[in-house]
Design a protein around this ligand. Structure first.
Ligand code: PLP
Length: 395
């Protein structure tokens, strides 16, 4: 075989996801894309805000020389400075540009964090269901992903997490607002998590880092608070991006912030910077970095996602499905009416509806709907959702 065995095995493991995409492509070819209701991808359907296009034009016209060359691997100092000022203002904390490394999206951020912190076989503990790529990212850097089920309402199960932490745990990874569940962790939960990690770090005689993956921080509904994790635990890092809040997923822009109070903060920042270079990212894209100072505080119109959340929740409830109303992100994690979520997703396909089985997120018995889609897709699919659940009841 030409390709490495490991990636061959990974491709095989993910093959049912591939099958699903293939089925989707077939349906779209047969019925026309407008007659297929595709809830499978978390690709934001809102255009970036107008301010982005203006800032981009300004950046393109900038007459200064050398703007397209190499730069410090952590990113432009003036861009990091602007971001630090925004974070300091919002979080009411002293955060400086020295705490920030610009990255190729949150995915690039997670990879440089794992590369910087993980020794071989060390564990990244995460609550399931979880973003499907975490396993591969930990594996990329010799680490192991260990999962602990969330509570029934998808909040953190702190007791179960405490039991799962052991001498090999190097990172506890959280994601709030969550993909795929839409859960947002409360201040009380995060306080408890911080206390628990302090205790466990003492017991095992080594630092356990808290890494918070936050690309959806600004996509929250009903004025729910996303508490800043630096308030609760010093040994912490935040990974974020503008893929979702500015609809810039293809532009690959994000950043990592290291808690200014973390021990070895400078060493961690140095490691992240080197990892950016040696993993081949080198630096986050120059042009998009340069537009960010003009976009501090700007995001897509979250009210539109909130309206879509309400539409899909109302429709799915009426059709007879059960779920927890998402507090943020743009995903609805729905209980499958039959135990086997892969089978149910196939039943939905007969109604030309594309969803992702919960199994793919370590959450079997559920399916995920990404509601960052046109309103028409939501309204026109509801009859199909109803027929699908009714067909189960008739069995
Ligand atoms: N983390 C979570 C929870 C996500 O849902 C995603 C993308 O969907 C990412 C990270 C990767 O984001 P980015 O496109 O910024 O790399």
């Amino acid at each position: 075989m030409t390709i490495a065995q490991k990636i061959f095995a990974d491709i095989e493991t993910g093959s049912w996801i591939r099958k699903m995409f293939e089925a989707g492509a077939r349906l779209k070819a047969e019925y026309g894309p407008e007659n297929v209701f595709d809830f499978s991808l978390g690709n934001p359907n809102l255009e970036p805000p107008q301010a982005f296009k203006k800032a981009l034009e300004k950046a393109v016209q900038d007459p200064a020389c050398g703007l397209h060359g190499y730069m410090p691997n952590a990113g432009y100092p003036h861009v990091r400075e602007q971001i630090a000022q925004t974070l300091a203002r919002i979080q009411k904390k002293k955060i400086t540009r020295e705490d920030i490394v610009m990255t190729c999206g949150a995915a690039g951020g997670l990879n440089i964090v794992f590369k910087s912190l993980l020794n071989p076989e060390e564990e990244v503990l995460v609550t399931s269901p979880y973003f499907v790529e975490y396993k591969a990212y930990a594996d990329n850097h010799g680490g192991r992903l260990k999962t602990v089920p969330a509570r029934d309402d998808f909040s953190l199960d702190l007791d179960a997490m405490a039991k799962a932490i052991g001498p090999k745990t190097k990172i506890v990874l959280i994601n709030s607002p969550n993909n795929p569940t839409g859960a947002v962790y409360s201040r009380v939960q995060l306080e408890g998590l911080g206390r628990m990690l302090e205790e466990k770090s003492k017991i095992f005689g080594q630092t356990i880092y808290l890494v918070s993956d936050e690309p959806y921080t600004r996509i929250v509904f009903d004025h729910v608070e996303v508490p800043p994790i630096f308030d609760f635990y010093d040994q912490s890092l935040v990974v974020t991006s503008h893929s979702k809040d500015l609809s810039l997923a293809g532009e690959r822009i994000g950043y990592v912030t290291v808690n200014p109070r973390a021990c070895y903060r400078q060493e961690i920042v140095n490691a992240l910077t080197l990892a950016n270079r040696t993993l081949g990212f080198v630096n986050a894209p120059a042009m998009i970095q340069r537009v960010l100072p003009d976009l501090q505080g700007v995001s897509v119109d979250v009210a539109i996602y909130e309206r879509k959340r309400d539409m899909i929740c109302e429709g799915m409830k009426k059709a007879g499905y059960t779920f927890h109303k998402p507090m943020g992100s743009f995903y609805l994690f729905v209980k499958s009416p039959i135990e086997n979520d892969v089978d149910f997703v196939q039943i939905l396909q007969q109604e030309r509806i594309l969803a992702v089985p919960g199994k793919g997120f370590g959450g079997p018995g559920y399916f995920r709907l990404a509601f960052c889609v046109d309103d028409h897709c939501i309204t026109a699919s509801m009859d199909g959702f109803e027929r699908a659940i009714q067909s189960i009841k008739q069995l």
